[in-house]
Design a protein around this ligand. Structure first.
Ligand code: COA
Ligand code: AMP
Length: 637
C-alpha cells in the first residue's frame, strides 16, 4: 500500500542510505555553541553517541533564540479549569522567568551536572523549573505527582538531587492534594537528602516550610528579580544529560532513562514539522503531564524548540467541568494539533457518546489528533474520526526513545491509515520482529519487536549510572538490537502492529506500571504467602491491575480485610496512579511443574479470552478455581 501524496518513502530511503548525513542536515535547525566533531561516533558510549564534541544549550534553543523574532508570541498558555486560572507567557516573559529562577537555583548551589528533582503539579512553574535547570546545565528529574512518597524516595536516592522543586499542592478534579507532606515523607525515607527545597505556594493551599531546608519559591524569585539577578545559558556537551526520567522496569526499582542535550533537540525539532505537521507560531497541545515522557517531549521541549505555542492544561478530559473540556481548549486557544492517550477519548466517549458538547465550539483550525501511550483501539479511533473529521493518528514510542518510533508522518503527507496499527517506522528506526531464538519471523507473525542499533538521536544513551543494567535490559537479549519489550508484527506493507508487552509492564490509562513492583508491595504484607499481579482489560483505562494473593496458613484476619489492606498498601507505597483497586484471595496460584506462576493464562481467563490448558501445568484444577473466583467478583472468569 503506498500513498501518492506522501514523501515518507523517499525521506525514509534518504535516511537509510545516509543516516549520518540525514541527522547532520536535521541538526542545522539547532543553534550550536560549537559544532560536532563527529555527527555519530560508533565507538563512544554503549552503542555509539550522537553529536560528539558539540556544545549547546537546550534552554537557549527552546527560549532565548526565539525572543528576537517572536518575543511577544505566546510560548506557554496555561489553562486550568480546576482552579479557574488562565495565564499566557510570551517567549520574552518566559526567558525572564527562566533566567531568574535559574539564578535562584545557582544561589542555592546548583551547578552544571547537579541533579534537581521536580515534584510538581501542572502549573507553569513546572516547565519554568525544567528550563531553568537546562539553562545552567543541571540535570532535572521530574517525578509524577501521582506517585507516593516511597516511589519519590527511591528516585531521590538514585538521582541524589542537590535541590528539589515542589509546590504546596496538586489538584485532582475537585480534590486539593497536599504535596508538601508527601515530599517531606519522601525526604525522611530517602538516604540521600537534598540540600534544600524550593516550594511554590499555590493559592489553594499554603504549606509549612522546614527551617533551614525549604525556601519560598515566590519570595526567592522576587528577591532575585529585585536584585536584577539572571543566569546566562551555560554551554554543555551535546552528550551531557539534560534529564533523567524514571520509568517502570520489571522490578520495583525504576529505570533512570537518560536523555542527552544535542540528539534530543535535533530529534524533537525534526518531529514537530515532519511528523506532527506543525509550523512555528502555531498552537500545539499535548494533554499529558510533565511527569511523563510525553510531557517532557511535547508539553515542554518540542513545541518550544520549534517556536510554537505550548498548552499546559491542568485538568482532565471529563469532569473539569465536563466532557467538552478538550473542545473548549482547542477552540479558545486555536490549537491545531492535540496529542493525548486513547484513554482520554474513551472517557469522553463514555460521558458524551454523541459528542453533543462539541456544538458551539469552532474547531475549524484544528487539523489532527495524535494518540499514543497505549494501543489505540480501532473503536476509539473510528469514534474520534467521526466526531472530529480530521486525521486521527496513532503513534508508538516509549520513555526510552523520547519520540515516535513509528507513526503516520502527517508533515510528510499521511499514508493510508490501518486502524489498530501505528503505521510505519520513522527515519532513524529499522524495525524487525524476532522469534524467541532471535530469528526474523515472516510478515504477519507475532514476535518481539526490536530496533536495529544504533538508536537514532534523542533515544536514551544509557540508564543513569547503570550502563550494565542498560545493556542487560535492552541490548543483551538480541545482540545488535534494542529490545523494545513490545510484542507485535510487521505486515506485508511494512506497517507495524504493537499488541502488548513481553515483560510484566502494564498500561493503565496510558501510565506505565510494573506488576512486579506491585507484587513486591503485596508480598510485604505479613499475611501474604505468595501473590501474582496481572493487568486485566478495562473499558476506560485499557488495563487495570488485579492482584491474586494466597494467605499464609494460620492467618486469623478475614480475607476481605486483608484485601482492603492490600489495596491501601499499594496506594500508600506506589501511589494512586497505580489504580490498584482489586485484590483477590485465592487458595492456590496456578503454576507450571517448575513452579512458574501462569500469569498469562490467568489474564486470558480474567479477560474472557479463549485459552488452552498449558501442557506444563502442575494442577489443572487450580485454573478453574481462579475462574470461579473471578466470576464471583463479576469478572468474565
Ligand atoms: N497527583 C496526585 N494524584 C494523581 C495525579 C497527580 N498528578 N494524577 C492522577 N492522580 C490520581 C487520581 O486522582 C486517581 O486517584 P483516585 O484513585 O483517588 O481517583 C488516580 O491517581 C488514578 O489517576 P488516573 O489514572 O488519571 O485516573 P482518573 O480516574 O483520575 O482519570 C482518565 C482517568 C482517563 C480521565 C485520565 O487517566 C486521563 O485523563 N488520562 C489522559 C491521558 C494521560 O494523561 N496520559 C498520560 C500519558 S500520555
Ligand atoms: P511509556 O514509556 O510510559 O511511554 O510506555 C511505553 C509503552 O506504552 C510501550 O512500550 C508500549 O507498550 C505502550 N505504547 C505506547 N504507545 C503505544 C501505541 N501507539 N500502540 C501500542 N502500544 C503503545
Amino acid at each position: 500500500m503506498t500513498s501518492a501524496h506522501s514523501r515518507y518513502h523517499d525521506v525514509y530511503a534518504r535516511w537509510k542510505t545516509n543516516p549520518v548525513g540525514f541527522w547532520e542536515e536535521a541538526a542545522r535547525e539547532i543553534d550550536w555553541i560549537r559544532p560536532a566533531d563527529k555527527i555519530f561516533d560508533p565507538d563512544a558510549g554503549t552503542y555509539g553517541r550522537w553529536f560528539v564534541g558539540a556544545q549547546c544549550n537546550t534552554c537557549y534553543n527552546a527560549v532565548d533564540r526565539h525572543v528576537a523574532t517572536r518575543g511577544d508570541q505566546a510560548a506557554i498558555i496555561y489553562d486550568s479549569p480546576i482552579t479557574g486560572t488562565k495565564q499566557t507567557l510570551t517567549y520574552a516573559e518566559l526567558q525572564d522567568e527562566v533566567a531568574t529562577l535559574a539564578a535562584v537555583l545557582q544561589d542555592m548551589g546548583v551547578r552544571k551536572g547537579d541533579r534537581v528533582v521536580l515534584y510538581m503539579p501542572m502549573i507553569p512553574q513546572a516547565s519554568i523549573g525544567m528550563l531553568a535547570c537546562a539553562r545552567i546545565g543541571a540535570i532535572h528529574s521530574v517525578v509524577f505527582g501521582g506517585f507516593a512518597p516511597k516511589e519519590l524516595a527511591t528516585r531521590i536516592d538514585d538521582a541524589k538531587p542537590k535541590v528539589i522543586l515542589s509546590a504546596s499542592c496538586g489538584i485532582e478534579g475537585s480534590r486539593v492534594i497536599p504535596y508538601k507532606p508527601l515530599l517531606d515523607e519522601a525526604i525522611t525515607l530517602s538516604s540521600s537528602k537534598p540540600d534544600s527545597c524550593l516550594v511554590f505556594q499555590r493559592p489553594q493551599l499554603d504549606c509549612s516550610l522546614v527551617d533551614g531546608r525549604d525556601r519560598d519559591w515566590k519570595a526567592e524569585v522576587s528577591r532575585a528579580r529585585a536584585e536584577g539577578r539572571k543566569a546566562e545559558c551555560v554551554a554543555v556537551a551535546a552528550t551531557d544529560p539534560l534529564y533523567v526520567l524514571y520509568t517502570s522496569g520489571t522490578t520495583g526499582k525504576p529505570k533512570g532513562v537518560v536523555r542527552d542535550n544535542g540528539g534530543h533537540m535535533v530529534a524533537l525539532k525534526w518531529t514537530m514539522k515532519n511528523f506532527f505537521g506543525v509550523d512555528p507560531g502555531e498552537v500545539f497541545w499535548a494533554a499529558s503531564d510533565v511527569g511523563w515522557v510525553v510531557g517532557h517531549s511535547y508539553i515542554v521541549y518540542g513545541p518550544l524548540l520549534h517556536g510554537a505555542t505550548a498548552i499546559l492544561y491542568e485538568g482532565k478530559p471529563v469532569g473539569t467541568p465536563d466532557a467538552g473540556a478538550y473542545w473548549r481548549v482547542i477552540a479558545e486557544h486555536g490549537v491545531v494539533t492535540l496529542f493525548t492517550a486513547p484513554t482520554a477519548f474513551r472517557a469522553i466517549k463514555k460521558e458524551d457518546p454523541d459528542a453533543k458538547l462539541l456544538e458551539g465550539h469552532d474547531l475549524s483550525h484544528f487539523r489532527a489528533l495524535f494518540l499514543a501511550g497505549e494501543r489505540a483501539d480501532p473503536d476509539t479511533i473510528r469514534w474520534a474520526e467521526t466526531i472530529l473529521k480530521v486525521p486521527v493518528i496513532d503513534h508508538w514510542w516509549q520513555t526510552e526513545t523520547g519520540w515516535p518510533v513509528a507513526g503516520n508522518p502527517l508533515g510528510l503527507g499521511a499514508l493510508p491509515v490501518k486502524h489498530g496499527s501505528p503505521t510505519v517506522p520513522m527515519p532513524g528506526y529499522i524495525l524487525e520482529v524476532l522469534d524467541e531464538g532471535g530469528k526474523p519471523v515472516p510478515p504477519n507473525t507475532m514476535g518481539a519487536i526490536v530496533i536495529k542499533l544504533p538508536l537514532p538521536p534523542g533515544c536514551l544513551p544509557t540508564l543513569w549510572h547503570a550502563d550494565e543494567r542498560f545493556r542487560e535490559s535492552y541490548l543483551s537479549v538480541y545482540p545488535g538490537y534494542y529490545n523494545t519489550s513490545d510484542a507485535g508484527y510487521l505486515d506485508e506493507d511494512g506497517y507495524v502492529w504493537v499488541m502488548g508487552r513481553t515483560d510484566d509492564i502494564i498500561n493503565v490509562a496510558g501510565h506505565r506500571l510494573s506488576t512486579g513492583g506491585m507484587e513486591e508491595v503485596l508480598a510485604s504484607h505479613p499475611a501474604v504467602a505468595e501473590c501474582a499481579v496481572i493487568g486485566i482489560k478495562d473499558a476506560l483505562k485499557g488495563e487495570v491491575p488485579c492482584g491474586f494473593v494466597v494467605l499464609k496458613s494460620g492467618v486469623q484476619t478475614a480475607p476481605e480485610r486483608v484485601e482492603t489492606e492490600l489495596v491501601s498498601l499499594v496506594r500508600e507505597k506506589i501511589g494512586p496512579v497505580a489504580a490498584f483497586k482489586l485484590a483477590i484471595t485465592v487458595g492456590r496460584l496456578p503454576k507450571t511443574r517448575s513452579g512458574k506462576i501462569l500469569r498469562g493464562t490467568m489474564k486470558k481467563i480474567a479477560d474472557g479470552d479463549s485459552w488452552s490448558m498449558p501442557a506444563t501445568i502442575d494442577d489443572p484444577i487450580i485454573l478453574s478455581e481462579i475462574g470461579d473466583v473471578l466470576k464471583q467478583r463479576g469478572l468474565p472468569g
